[in-house]
Design a protein around this ligand. Structure first.
Ligand SMILES: [Zn+2]
Length: 422
């Protein structure tokens, strides 16, 4: 059978079994995986059982208590490329039930929508990743290499004990390419993220009594640092790498086109700074001896970790305060990362999305963050494609039923294109 015939066979199977697949998604929505606390054990137990009943491996990893990830795979008939599918199982907390017009864990369907917390971000995608493996296994599709599915914990809290841990400890999860099923609105393939840094700053002072004030107490020093960092880093950028410049430009246009009161498109290719925490002093009648500050810095593609760290040092050297009085701790250092738009996995998912949805498909970078970052940072090509982004992380989260089916088809067709000889 040709590759096109194999794809037709899988598309027909998806059409035929869509009600069954939808029921599986509803069952998964009924298992809460809110993060915090991020407990995925019940969900992993359920899906591991589902895989085992179908004769597929279900390897469970738990690097931290209750943060379980599930890995399954199928080997092809000959050696070849390993395509790794990835989705997360944890989700934003549902919040106050009175803000919802339905039970967030009911898995209910209404008016062509599948409802529930986490269904959009991203249980629909994660279930689709799993179903690609199940379909290729059950239909006994002949392919070369390996298809690996990684269903992970801890994405909403940074991915350290989910995708990042798997990539470091389970070699087969690295693969030759990664296909991530996070929501992308059906009309774009995402190929890059901005960098994310958390910087802790400590300032100190010898102290004294408020009756004899000083100008540079610990709080004043921290504020001096905060002001300088914000003034010099906010909006800062370096040249965008040429191979991704078009994708960045399109992402800016897309943000510009959104109906907002304020144009925030500049954030796509510029650095942003937020001083989110500042804590100092003990009481009003003493000079503050210590101040602690936490800063979030997001850098555009083209700015590396050494670039941003050097820029912060440059800013600190310019202020009127001895450098040794300022203590820095880089708590999170996730460099911006991307795949070139002409990578095989990117072109294949875009082509299939175009064919299956009939829409124009854009290849963009994202200012958000997903686990795809961990593949990009290892130099492994990764592409993100999934359902609508409008109703995620808010009360009354839902996905449109037709989008679930179409997204599953795009992912399954891409698996066949990537792994099957023509
Ligand atoms: Zn997500």
């Amino acid at each position: 059978m040709s590759r096109e015939q194999l794809k037709t066979q899988v598309m027909e199977e998806i059409d035929r079994r869509l009600p069954e697949f939808k029921d599986l998604l509803r069952d998964v929505v009924r298992i809460p995986t809110d993060n915090p606390p991020g407990d995925t054990t019940a969900c992993v137990t359920f899906l591991a059982q589902y895989l085992k009943e179908r004769g597929l491996p279900a390897d469970v990893y738990e690097p931290r208590p209750t943060l379980q990830s599930l890995v399954s795979y199928k080997k092809g008939r000959r050696e070849g490329r390993n395509l790794v599918l990835n989705g997360h199982l944890d989700q934003f907390p549902a919040g106050a039930p009175e803000e919802w017009s339905f039970d967030p864990y009911s898995g209910e369907c209404r008016d062509g929508k599948i409802l529930g917390r986490g269904v959009g971000d991203m249980k629909a995608g994660t279930v689709a990743s799993l179903l690609c493996l199940v379909l290729i296994h059950e239909l006994d599709i002949p392919f070369d290499g390996q298809l690996t599915a990684t269903l992970v914990a801890d994405e909403e809290s940074g991915g350290t004990w989910g995708a990042q841990w798997l990539l470091e400890n389970v070699p087969m999860t690295r693969g030759d390419a990664n296909l991530n099923s996070e929501p992308t609105d059906m009309d774009q393939v995402l190929i890059g993220h901005k960098g994310k840094y958390w910087l802790n700053v400590e300032t100190r002072h010898g102290g004294g009594l408020a009756a004899i004030p000083v100008e540079d107490d610990a709080i004043a020093r921290a504020m001096q640092v905060a002001e300088a960092v914000k003034k010099k880093l906010q909006g800062w950028k370096l040249e965008t790498p040429r191979d991704v410049a078009d994708a960045v430009a399109r992402a800016k246009l897309r943000v510009e086109g959104q109906d907002r009161t304020q144009d925030v498109s500049w954030v796509v290719d510029s650095t942003t700074v937020n001083v989110g925490v500042i804590q100092g002093g003990v009481q009003p009648n003493t000079i503050s001896t210590h101040c602690h500050m936490e800063v979030d810095i997001r850098t555009p593609v083209g700015v590396t970790t050494p670039d941003v760290q050097a820029k912060v040092e440059e800013v600190l050297a310019e202020i009127d305060l001895p450098r040794e009085e300022i203590e820095l701790e880089w708590v999170v250092c996730l460099e911006s990362a991307y795949s070139a738009p002409n990578e095989d996995i990117v072109e294949l998912v875009a082509k299939n999305a175009r064919q299956i949805t009939g829409q124009q498909i854009e290849i963009n970078v994202s200012s958000g963050s997903t686990d795809a970052r961990f593949w990009w940072l290892r130099g492994i090509p990764a592409a993100i494609y999934g359902t609508g982004m409008e109703n995620i992380a808010v009360p009354d989260e839902h996905v449109l039923e037709p989008q679930f089916g179409q997204m599953l088809k795009v992912h399954a067709a891409t698996c066949i294109d990537y792994l099957c000889a023509s």
